[in-house]
Write a protein that binds this ligand. Structure first.
Ligand code: C5P
Length: 284
């Protein structure tokens, strides 16, 4: 029996653009992804006996093969062979669930990295990321983490210069969103404003946080705000409380504000947590 523990970092979409629906049902996208230190701890144990099971400190997390973490183990052993009788994944969850922060994908990626360590790194990080694409569109990114430009359905990754140090205030409104449903709604109306990915990349290359903040945006935000105006209201509140930028991450419902001053960020947290669930985190 052998165990390893990996950190599964949450992700934010600093920018998220959708270019259109593809023949395979996925959408062509451009995203600037950023990992944050709000993370799950994922311990994976392999053994010669037992079964495949996932345990979590929170309820309503699937314990069987419908959990992306066990699907990742399945994909790993399909490529590696040597499939063990027992695989146990224990997740200590902190990333808000169904919030657009890729928590499930991060856990799956942590399992891929953990198994790769257990078996003395048979796969490069690029190969692991490729394996991750079979589990979910955000999994390849979650294998490598950091500041990354993701294209295609999310699996074509280009690491970018590290985001200058920033503090993020995350606000989690009290509803969750169906990702396929939100994509369908996006398809039914023209996108009015696309975020400027090229300028954002240029700002990152110059280490210019302010320039980057001017480019932050997510095409899902107007669509989701039409149904839940609280999304735009939280962004306005974050901006008022000193955020350099604010936006929805992924398909939501988490909203983030970017701060360059930890004290101002803490004060914003204290204000917002009077009515919302709030997290304070930073880029990693
Ligand atoms: O790849 P994943 O299983 O995470 O995607 C979940 C759903 O999100 C897909 O079934 C699809 O409806 C939508 N999606 C998409 N285009 C992408 C990524 C996800 O339409 N690039």
């Amino acid at each position: 029996m052998i165990s390893v523990t990996e950190k599964a970092y949450g992700k934010l979409n600093l920018l998220l653009d959708v270019h259109g629906l593809r023949d395979d049902g996925y959408h062509e996208m451009s995203m600037i992804m950023q990992s944050v230190d709000l993370c799950d701890d994922v311990t994976v144990t392999v053994s010669h006996e037992g079964n495949w099971i996932c345990r979590c400190n929170l309820p309503n997390v699937p314990s069987g093969m419908e959990n992306l973490a066990l699907r990742a183990a399945d994909v790993f052993f399909q490529a590696y062979g040597n499939r063990p009788a027992g695989v146990e994944v224990v997740i200590h969850k902190r990333i808000p669930m169904q919030g657009g922060m890729a928590g499930g994908s991060a856990d799956a990626a942590a399992v891929l990295r953990g198994l790769n360590r257990i078996y003395d790194e048979p796969f490069s990080m690029e190969e692991l990321a490729e394996l991750g694409a079979a589990v979910g569109s955000d999994v390849p990114y979650c294998v490598i983490n950091g500041t990354v430009l993701a294209r295609g359905r999310g699996e074509i990754l280009k690491p970018l210069p590290k985001l200058p140090d920033a503090v993020f205030v995350l606000v989690r409104p009290d509803f969750s969103v169906s990702t396929p449903e939100l994509f369908r709604r996006l398809d039914s109306a023209p996108i009015e404003k696309h975020p400027d990915v090229e300028s954002a990349v240029a700002s990152l290359k110059q280490g210019d946080l302010t320039g980057l903040c001017n480019c932050i945006g997510n095409v899902f935000q107007p669509v989701l705000s039409a149904q839940y105006p609280v999304i735009d209201e939280i962004c306005a509140r974050l901006d008022f409380l000193g955020a350099k930028a604010s936006a929805l991450t992924g398909t939501g419902s988490v909203v983030f504000g970017v701060f360059d001053d930890a004290e101002i960020a803490r004060k914003a947290c204290a204000e917002l947590e009077k009515i919302h669930t709030v997290f304070l985190t930073k880029n990693v």
